[in-house]
Design a protein around this ligand. Structure first.
Ligand code: TRH
Length: 382
């Protein structure tokens, strides 16, 4: 691959708030900035345990190199002056406050006329208001620096979605049958294979009952997650990785948590994916399969607007009935109560939803990806 001539040195700062999404997005972006943009990349992260789950060769070492990316523990060492030389592109993930010595180092560069491009990488949302805010500067009150809001999103007025250039080729080359044999099973000949990555969810028992009573077999693939504990209540014992549990039409297979690159394989192997945060959502969209998003709950139900905004964009081009079936199942999964028929109705529309998932993703993939948009943004501010 010809690497671009503008390849800024990049630093990503990440505080792990919850689960794997915060570091997951930073790690995915870092790998792409290195591989496709030729950038030297460092990640500063405060929770190496979360990172090790995504990249099992990593250790608790305070400084290490993983896949060509420098990984540094974000700890008190970053509070000392001169701790870090400022990079050209400094990305604060999800509004995290940078350590004062890092800001000082950035300001020192600014005073010599080579200010770094400072980005606040925001959470993904499909809401249209981000178009007004994407790229806006926010001047630092005391230093000659401005932070720029950078919003991932679904249209040209946003920073786009994370997507590697070779993703379609890798997806096309995926050997689904071999993957299923690798987990000790044959690819299901009939019925529906569903992956289930979720937080604890009061809607779970109702969904499992609907699957148990399904007229076609349902194979649920459950990667190790907080859901294991919730499933124990339904199954009567705590699930173990490697176990297969059956009741009625449902069989559940419990899988290990895999390195980040391999999570795609699970999505590609299934007909439908239940996904968690914004990173697994975006991967499920690029899998070109229908998906159901369990959105992160926010105060005063703010997440419902976010979910609705996503569904409004995603369902364009679907028949009203198929769109309603996805809306109903999403509503059930995110705020259970009623909705007992949501699964039956949804499963009847699965063929239409599957065609739609492919068409929607191919159209969406015409937008510039997030890493490309970031580099273009930094170049303009050079
Ligand atoms: O881990 P999440 O629940 O993280 C969430 C998000 O960051 C969310 O936006 C934020 O608001 C909240 O935390 C605080 O879900 P997400 O974003 O889907 O990230 C999961 C990551 O884990 C993703 O990079 C895929 C990865 N993964 C693996 O690498 N292997 C696995 O086996 C599985 C199941 C996931």
């Amino acid at each position: 691959m010809n690497l671009p001539s503008f390849a800024p040195r990049c630093d990503l700062f990440c505080r792990v708030i919850d689960n794997y999404g915060d570091i997951g997005i930073c790690w995915r972006l870092a790998r792409q900035l290195l591989a496709e943009k030729g950038c030297g990349v460092r990640i500063f992260v405060d929770d190496l345990a979360a990172f090790i789950r995504l990249c099992p060769e990593a250790t608790q070492s305070a400084a290490q190199v993983c896949g060509g990316v420098e990984i540094h523990r974000w700890d008190e060492r970053l509070s000392g002056s001169g701790a870090v030389e400022a990079a050209d592109l400094v990305i604060a993930a999800f509004g995290c406050a940078l350590p004062p010595p890092v800001l000082e180092a950035m300001a020192a560069r600014a005073r010599t006329g080579t200010a770094p491009c400072w980005i606040n990488l925001e959470y993904l949302t499909a809401e249209s208001w981000i178009g007004e805010c994407h790229g806006l500067p926010s001047p630092h009150p005391g230093l000659p620096l401005s932070c720029h809001f950078f919003f991932p999103g679904f249209d040209e007025r946003s920073g786009g979605l994370l997507r590697e250039h070779d993703l379609p080729q890798r997806r096309a080359a995926f050997d689904r049958a071999a993957w299923w044999r690798g987990i000790g099973a044959e690819p299901p000949e009939e019925g529906i294979a569903v992956s289930l990555f979720a937080y604890e969810n009061p809607a779970l028992p109702g969904l499992l009952r609907a699957w148990e009573e399904s007229p076609v077999p349902i194979v649920g693939l459950v990667p190790e997650s907080r859901l294991f504990a919730s499933l124990a209540g339904h199954m009567g014992h705590a699930p173990r990785v490697g176990e297969v549990w059956r009741r009625g039409a449902l069989s559940l297979r419990f899988l290990p948590f895999v390195r980040q690159e391999e999570y795609d394989w699970l999505l590609w192997a299934c007909e439908l994916n239940f996904v968690r945060g914004e990173d697994s959502l975006v991967r499920a969209l690029w899998a070109e399969k229908p998906c159901v998003w369990q959105i992160y709950p926010q105060e005063a139900g703010a997440h419902y607007g976010k979910l609705e905004a996503f569904l409004a964009r995603y369902t364009v081009g679907l028949s009203p009935d198929a769109a309603a079936s996805l809306r109903d199942l999403s509503a059930y999964w995110n705020s259970p109560g009623g909705g007992e028929t949501a699964w039956q109705n949804f499963s009847g529309h699965l063929p239409a939803l599957t065609t739609h998932a492919r068409d929607w993703a191919r159209k969406q993939a015409m937008q510039a990806d997030l890493a490309t948009a970031l580099i273009a943004f930094a170049r303009q501010r050079r």
